[in-house]
Structure formats: structure tokens, C-alpha cells
Write a protein that binds this ligand. Sequence first.
Ligand SMILES: *Cc1c(COP(=O)(O)O)cnc(C)c1O
Ligand SMILES: [Zn+2]
Length: 424
Amino acid sequence: MTFSYRYVCVRCAEPQDWGMICYLCPLCGHNLRIERVERDSDNVPLAAADIVASFCGTGMWRYASLLPVSSRWSSRLAVGDTPLLALGADDGVHLWVKDDSRNPSGSLKDRATELVLAAARWLGCTRVVAASTGNAGASLACIAASQQLPATVVVPRHTPYAKLAQIRAYGAQVREIDGTYDEAFDVAVAMADAPDVYCRNTGFNPFTREGKKTCAFEIAETLGWDVPDWVVVPTGDGNILSGIATGFLDLHTLGITARVPRLLAAQARSSHSIAHDWLVSGASGPLPSSPTLVTPDTVADSLAVARPRDHLAALQALRMTQGECVVVTDAQIMASSQILSQRYGLWFEPSAAAGHAALNDSIARGRIAPGARVVLLGTGSGLKDPHACAHVACDTAEIATDLGVFAPSICPGDTIDVPMRGRP
Ligand SMILES: *Cc1c(COP(=O)(O)O)cnc(C)c1O
Ligand SMILES: [Zn+2]
């Protein structure tokens, strides 16, 4: 079973030829999406059962028949196949967490990078570049290493140390600029002017969405080709949001699932561009052609974007899934981080915890009904940004200066060596 593909502008719908590097619409400058064209001589639509039967193997390439790049270009890493953890109904809803922190570099970004780098090789590129607040860069460095492609990552000021260390460990070249993510973005785009360089920038490269949609495929397949009522998506540039929507809409269009889940986008209060524009344009008004600029200042560094790069596709994703967009404060995010870690044993980075905070907020406000079936995306590991949680540890840990506390567990007659350093 093969499909053919083409690029289509998300705004003006102008198609572009397939088989060459293409990032933006030459007519209006907006992002492109990848459209599947059914290649069937009799025009008979493919049966859902045949498509499902074509899924084979493990990881995200299991869905190769619905991906626009052949699996022959895959890396040697195992991306995808992350667990969907059933967490019960403590919060009043039936909650699952899709733990995408278990990808090779520790975040959901690997799904996008895996597909982008496969596309890079297919398109004949020999070097790759991306701007990143951390995770996309770590992901690029990781998968590029496996693909033996030299990688350059352009990072802004204040990139968390652990993410920088990860990028360096995988051997990528780091270009740290004294500026914001938005400035890093433009530097990476300029670097990709060379014909052999492929740019992975989120919301610029049309393949990222196609990689991320495999997360939706896995959720639906794990639930027996049923879908939950809601999927909660931490949202910065809006590319996970549009990717997850693409996946669920694909399955529905192909007749594999009966419906599409509603998407709940979670943004940080200071990084709320999509939330703002969703409120203004709502479910039906004309969508704004450029995003509202904001000044992010949040503990959730992966959500900190001044100008969401997949803005229009994200708003379309909310519209097509009857979604909602919620903003949460840093205090709510850190409270959720503690709940996820201490109630469930799931330590995610603050950006992922923002999804849980948005879920709690939506339950409290009655936006999500009691008993709803909800999947929360665990987009990145807590080890990515341990600094963000440092104050939590300080608040709750007590230094045991009084050894008497432990006395009952010492048997009579036992002697213990007490280190005297620091004691009077
Ligand atoms: C990138 C990222 C997000 C946000 O994804 P966008 O596509 O920018 O909306 C959320 N959580 C984590 C851990 C990420 O790395
Ligand atoms: Zn266009």
C-alpha cells in the first residue's frame, strides 16, 4: 500500500511539489503541511482494516504506511512505543499518562526528529541544524549521532544546563547566541541556506508534525482503536498540538476510529499567545494571520515562546477537535509536578507538568466532566531541568541532625559510627 504526498500551505492551500526541500509557502509565507494523496487507480478508498493490517514492527515506524518517508531511512534508535500508563480515577477523571519521556533523548521531540532526519537523508542532505530551547536540540544531537549526520544546534541565553550538556554529549556543535529563542530560530534558518543542510526548526519543517502524529496513533491503538474524550497537550510553538491533531484526524478520515478526541492545550501564563488568539478568534471567527507577541517568563522553559511558530496550524487543530486552551501559573505547574512525582512516581519537566495543571484547572471549572477519559502527554523527563525542582527538594527535605530519630531501628548492642564532622 503506497500513498503519494504533497506539501500544502496551511493558510492559502497552495500545493507544492514533493521530493524536494520545502519549508514555507512561496506565495504567502505560511507553514506547510503534508497531505496524503490516495494513489488508487479505481478511486476506491482503502479499507480501514487493510491499513491497520499494514502496521507492523515496533516503534513509530510501525505506522510507516501512513508516514511520508520510507522506513529505510530510519535511525538505529527505538523512537516511540512509549507506555500509556493507566493511573486510575483519583482526580475525578479516568487518567492515562502517555510517558514520552522514555524516548531516546527523553522527550516527545524524538518522534519529530526521527522523521525529519529520515527526510534529510532521503532528500540528500548531509548536515542538519535546529534552533532550540533545549529538547529539540538534544533530540537532534541524539538522533543525528545515530544517523552519522553532523548537527548544529543554535540555543538562546538561559538554556537549562542539563539540556546543553545532553547536546554536547551527543557531539553536536552548539552555537549559543546572546539572544532569545526567536533570534536563534532565524540564525538556524539562515544556516540552512546551504543546499546540503536540512533545518529541523519546529513549526518550520513540515515533517515534524508527521513524526509527532505517531504519538496519537499509539494512544488510539493501545486503547483498541478507541479514542479518549480528551488529550492534554503542553503547548509552546503549537507543533505537538497540531501533530497530535493530525494523527487523530488521519485515523478518523481513514475510518480507523469512530471519532476524534478533544484537545486541551496547556500554556504557561506568560507564554500564552495561542490561548490569547484562541480566545479572540474562537471556534469560528477568522483566524489571525500572525500570532500575538508575548514576553515569556516561566519555569516551563519548553513552553517559553514569544511567537509560536506553528500558530495557525495549532489554532486549526483546536478548531477541528473542538479543543480548548488553558493558561496556568508557575505555582500551579510546580504543584502539579509534585503530584505527578509523589503520587504516581512520574517526574516530568515543568512543561509537561503544565498539562496536569491545566487538567486540574479544567476539572475544577467544570470544563472537563467527571468520569471523562483523559490522556495526558508526558512530553519530557524531569532530569531535563532538575534546577526547576531544586526548591521543591529544599522545602521538603530535613537534614537529620538528631540521630535519635533513627534510634528505634538500631538493635540493642549495635554500635554505629557517627561522623563527627560539623557537629559540636
Ligand atoms: C517542545 C516541548 C513542548 C511544547 O511543544 P510545542 O510544539 O512547542 O508546542 C512541551 N513539552 C516539552 C517537554 C517539549 O520539549
Ligand atoms: Zn500560502
